[in-house]
Design a binder for this molecule. Structure first.
Ligand SMILES: NC(=O)c1ccc[n+]([C@@H]2O[C@H](COP(=O)([O-])OP(=O)(O)OC[C@H]3O[C@@H](n4cnc5c(N)ncnc54)[C@H](OP(=O)(O)O)[C@@H]3O)[C@@H](O)[C@H]2O)c1
Length: 257
């Protein structure tokens, strides 16, 4: 039986990964800050699918939290076969509306934690000659869009580079770039969603199924929906200056996260 570790497993996209991987028979290591919620999730997934679900309470905005999860990933006696770096959040507002503390916290969770956890996991995976990492980025990685977009652009670039460096080692890395997904994300950030057209919303379970399919096919970047694939194709040919202006002005409060 293989083991998957998912950060931010208790809600939204992380919870969809947990449901799908448990249904497929993987043991799980569930990571988030809310211990009560983690325990309830572990019990439910164990009871429903007969898998082992371990709980690790960790705040990935802290060094202690990152080190706790990195130590679990580095444990050679209890190997982790698949890491899903999914924990993340949004900050409401444009550049300079967001406090420096919140900006730095975003970089810690979206970039530093992803770097340190990917490294802890892939070192152990490379020794075994197999393993996988899914780093959850966003389509916001492809447009100029504040610290959020910049942090997700880092996730995409880092993951693609690491995937190339580890090619042939048996370890696969993939950046997952969703569009809008119905989760707790927008509510937690205090962002309204009324102006987002219905067709732009993705279902978390379908997203995860497509993402795991892309990982199995060896993709290093996954945009797992035809609508967003077309949009990101268009984004590639729009001049950056125009794109930056549009991105800064258009529906900012409601833009893809
Ligand atoms: N929803 C979208 O439209 C969308 C689109 C593109 C990309 N994404 C990305 O998808 C990922 C998941 O987002 P989501 O929409 O599923 O969000 P969500 O429903 O708000 O869930 C976030 C999860 O992350 C955990 N978390 C948050 N901060 C954490 C921290 N400091 N340390 C550890 N765990 C933490 C939360 O649990 P606790 O609060 O208990 O810690 C929760 O389990 C994020 O990286 C996000 O940027 C989302």
């Amino acid at each position: 039986m293989t083991t998957a570790l998912i950060t931010g497993s208790t809600a939204g996209i992380g919870a969809a990964f947990a449901r799908r991987l448990a249904a497929d028979g993987h043991n799980l290591v569930l990571v988030a800050r809310d211990t009560r919620r983690l325990r309830e999730q572990a019990t439910e997934l164990h009871d429903r699918h007969g898998i082992e679900a371990e709980v690790v309470t960790a705040d990935l905005a802290t060094d202690d939290g990152i080190e706790t999860v990195a130590a679990r990933l580095a444990d050679r006696r209890n190997p982790v076969d698949l890491l899903v770096n999914n924990a993340g959040f949004g900050n409401k507002g444009r550049y300079l509306d967001v406090s420096m503390a919140d900006e730095l916290m975003m970089l810690k969770v979206h970039c530093e934690a992803v770097l340190r956890l990917t490294s802890a996991a892939t070192e152990a995976m490379r020794e075994r000659g197999r393993g996988g990492v899914v780093n959850v980025a966003s389509v916001a990685a492809f447009v100029p869009r504040g610290t959020y977009g910049a942090s997700k652009a880092w996730v995409v670039q880092f993951t693609q580079g690491a995937a190339k460096d580890l090619a042939g080692s048996g370890v696969r890395l993939m950046a997952l770039c969703p569009g809008f997904v119905r989760t707790e994300f927008h509510q937690r950030a205090g962002m309204g969603t009324d102006n987002i057209p219905g067709w732009m919303w993705l279902d978390a379970d379908k997203l995860v199924a497509a993402a795991l399919n892309d990982l199995a096919r060896g993709k290093s970047v996954s945009i797992p929906d035809p609508r967003y694939k077309v949009m990101m194709g268009v984004v590639k040919v729009v001049p950056r200056g125009l794109l930056g202006g549009l991105s800064s002005r258009t529906g900012r409060k409601y833009g893809p996260q």
